[in-house]
Design a protein around this ligand. Sequence first.
Ligand code: PHE
Length: 416
Amino acid sequence: KSVASIRINNEDYGTDDYTNVTPKILSYLNRNLHLQKGHPLSLVRQRIVNYFYSSFTHGGNPSFSVYDNLKPIVSTKQNFDDLLIPEDHVSRAKSDCYYVNKSLLLRAHMTAHQSELLRAGLDNFLMIGDVYRRDEIDSTHFPVFHQVDAVRSQRKEQLFENHQGLEIFEKHFLDQSQSFKNSINDPTKQSCHTLEATKLMENQLKNHLLGLVKVLFGDNIKHRWVDAYFPFTHPSWEMEIFYEDKWMEVLGCGIVRNEILMNAGPNNSIAYAFGLGLERLVMALYKIPDIRLMWSTDSGFLTQFENKDINADITYKPVSSYPQCVNDLSFWLPNELTIDTFMSNDFYDLVRDVGGDIIEQVKLKDKFVHPKTKKQSLCYSIVYRHLERTLTQAEVNQIHKEIEKAAVQSFGVVIR
Ligand code: PHE
């Protein structure tokens, strides 16, 4: 496995022991589903953009700029450091991200572009695109999904338009802004901000986002706010909506950490930011039962959304449902690996690489340690299903065999 470089979109990138992007993952890089005309992700993207355009105008012009075509390969500085994500934070793990090499990765969230756009002098903007996270495989998880991220910043004159005399920053911060150590020990606000500014921003942020889900789901949508933590905002919240008898998390948001604004330029404004997952909203809105359908090129799926008014009330009708086929795969781990050090995400990726989109789910079924030899073994169930036709047992067996072979080659396991 020692290639010195890989080619992605006509550019060569050096590889190292961090490299874990797979050809399968790279094949999603140019799909741009969020920009594909008539695609459900694109319909909802447009509705969200329209909402932001119409909520904030300045002299009749939209005061939000939209970036929906930013390159998905970003540096660890963009994805983590600029956002104050600590060096040892779990979200940086190789087991969770797709690294091109030690310093470049496929962005794990759209917030990765926040600092560069602030640095470019923007104050109100949306960032929309595909994001990549290593994950298990099932009907609601896919290693590629789409996010809409936003920043809205305001200076004192705007924020306190109707409350002259109030300040964004605490006096002791203004007096010693070079040496001031901003703290987030107080759950209600950052130490540099006044409570008035924070509360007003919180109110605007929450109303703004509530307005959005009402535009999408109607006025009767049930929602709730949950306190949250993100390294790049404080305070932070998540919004959940009540959907099919369950609370479903749809977005994260908060007041941008002042250090991020200062590092990127503006030092006299306060900003809020949020990031929402498009797939969840789209699946709930159109009742699409399986996230893999987003990637379908089947006309039975696509024609249900094509040539429709973006505000049309569409309910997805399953084309038909084909049977699943479940095969188990058990193997002995090589001596140097244990049940705890075996990287299940590596295994999931291998299964997906070999099996492609007919892999519906991979689940750990059993762990076993031989009482005498102490050899360790794992058993996974692989669920195969084609979205558009019935698979034959013979064709599943053949792919299953190939997965076994690949597992032997990549991990040195011995099939039981
Ligand atoms: N980037 C966060 C995520 O992917 C969402 C978020 C964006 C939260 C901006 C707060 C502010 O979960």
